[in-house]
Design a protein. Structure first.
Length: 114
């Protein structure tokens, strides 16, 4: 194991002794996403007929619809916050995957087209 020693100005190999401990602190490195910072997403109606609505608390940058075999059937880049209409009238009845990309994350959910 190596660590960076600022006094020596470089990387130094850690030589553990019997019963030794190494304690360190991460600074300036994100280690988790605060749950409050994650976008909440609502998709309705489900099942959908002609139009489906996607609502998030963040800016939606990309929406994609896939069939269950993984083929992309629809792609939109609305670049908007709030609610987006997704036209699903051209899809056959069945189950699909909806991928919504915001500035902070990517969420995927299933929906049914009637």
């Amino acid at each position: 194991m190596f660590y960076y020693d600022e006094n020596k100005g470089g990387w130094v190999q850690f030589q553990p002794y019997e019963y030794s401990q190494l304690l360190f602190t991460l600074s300036g490195v994100p280690t988790a996403i605060d749950a409050a910072e994650m976008d909440k997403m609502t998709v309705y109606p489900n099942p959908a007929h002609d139009v489906m609505y996607v609502r998030t608390s963040g800016k939606i940058t990309d929406i994609e619809v896939y069939d269950l075999s993984g083929r992309r059937l629809l792609q939109m880049q609305p670049e908007t916050e709030g609610e987006v209409q997704v036209p699903v009238a051209g899809l056959q009845a069945g189950t699909y995957m909806l991928m919504v990309r915001t500035e902070q994350e990517v969420k995927t959910t299933q929906f049914i087209k009637k």
